[in-house]
Design a protein around this ligand. Structure first.
Ligand code: FE
Length: 330
């Protein structure tokens, strides 16, 4: 049904700050669209992330991609039959979103969701805002979105039964979080239970670990920019850090995310996590910070680790595993 997270948009009037953040830190390409809209490219598509001054601060929308017009009609009918109010958006909005057509509806927490098909491809090559190797998107979508919700249970039937999200894994302590996939990306959506419904973070994945490390250095030069330090997640194996955006949420800059096979994957309950190491959350109080550290130190004592996930072209196979073979190659 849904294939990928195609685009995301956020309301903010801090367009200058967003342009600076998006291009200089993350590596997005900024595209100006009039006075009210700032669009970011991540790849050959015309836009992936947009910041809209005409929407209020805190407003957000997420564009979920379907295959074609028939799939979009089928989804609209399915939502309608389930009693979800669906709007067939006019061509003017489709033009603004740079897609062929879209519908809109809301999740039970009031997040605006859009489903679309036919994303427009730009005729000019992607030109990143700083020198990076690029973003891992394609069939995996632009990355993942993580929302805070008052009740995960209140969201589950909507996202799983109706929209077809499949549970990857979940964690019940020290906080509750559920991770969902719609393609081989380990999660395109996660829900964290919290006192308020809100936006937690948007993750983008870079091709090179050094892209993330250099973003980290750039982030270090701003006071209070890094809200989660460099670390590696237990479930999607992402090596990442989280930077505070000009709005009230974070962008996670990641590298080396695992893929799962949606045809055979079985959801698992995680007892460890969310991180193998690192990922200190700056907002935690002393007790929670100490508890998170103790959990990571337990993983360290247990020798918990995971192989790196690499793409063709960004690794060299080392010697060192077999003295006899290394000697033969002498
Ligand atoms: Fe994340």
């Amino acid at each position: 049904m849904l294939q990928a997270l195609g685009y995301a948009g956020f309301g903010s009037d801090r367009l200058d700050d967003w342009r600076q953040f998006g291009t200089n830190l993350v590596g997005f390409q900024a595209v100006e669209r009039g006075n009210s809209l700032l669009a970011f490219r991540m790849d050959d598509r015309k836009q992936r992330v947009v910041i809209d001054r005409s929407l209020g601060e805190g407003a957000r929308f997420f564009g979920w991609e379907v295959r074609d017009a028939a799939a979009l009609d089928a989804l609209a009918a399915r939502l309608d039959a389930a009693g979800v109010a669906v709007t067939a958006e006019p061509q003017t909005l489709a033009d603004t979103r740079r897609v062929a057509a879209l519908i809109s509806f809301s999740d039970p927490a009031g997040n605006r969701l859009e489903a679309f098909h036919g994303a427009e491809i730009d005729t000019t090559p992607f030109a990143p805002g700083r020198s990076i190797s690029g973003f891992r998107t394609g069939a995996l979508g632009l990355g993942h979105v993580v929302l805070t919700v008052k009740s995960i249970e209140a969201m589950l039937p909507f996202y799983t039964d109706l929209l077809g999200f499949r549970l990857s894994d979940y964690i019940e302590a020290p906080f509750r979080a559920y991770f969902f996939h719609v393609n081989p990306r380990h999660h395109s959506l996660a829900l964290i239970e919290a006192p308020r419904d809100g936006m937690h973070h948007l993750m983008v994945e870079l091709f090179s670990l050094d892209d993330v490390g250099q973003a980290y250095d750039i982030a270090l030069s701003d006071e209070d920019r890094i809200h989660v330090t460099l670390g590696r997640h237990t479930n999607d194996f992402m090596t990442s850090f989280y930077a505070k955006t000009p709005s009230a949420f974070m962008v996670e800059c990641g590298w080396g995310g695992r893929e799962l096979d949606p045809a055979t994957w079985q959801p698992v309950k995680m007892e460890d996590g969310p991180s193998l190491w690192g990922h200190e959350r700056v907002w935690l109080n002393a007790d929670d910070r100490a508890a998170a550290r103790e959990m990571r130190l337990r993983l360290a004592r247990e020798g918990k680790r995971a192989p790196v996930q690499v793409m063709e072209g960004n690794y060299n196979l080392m010697s060192g595993t077999c003295a006899w073979w290394d000697g033969m190659k002498g």
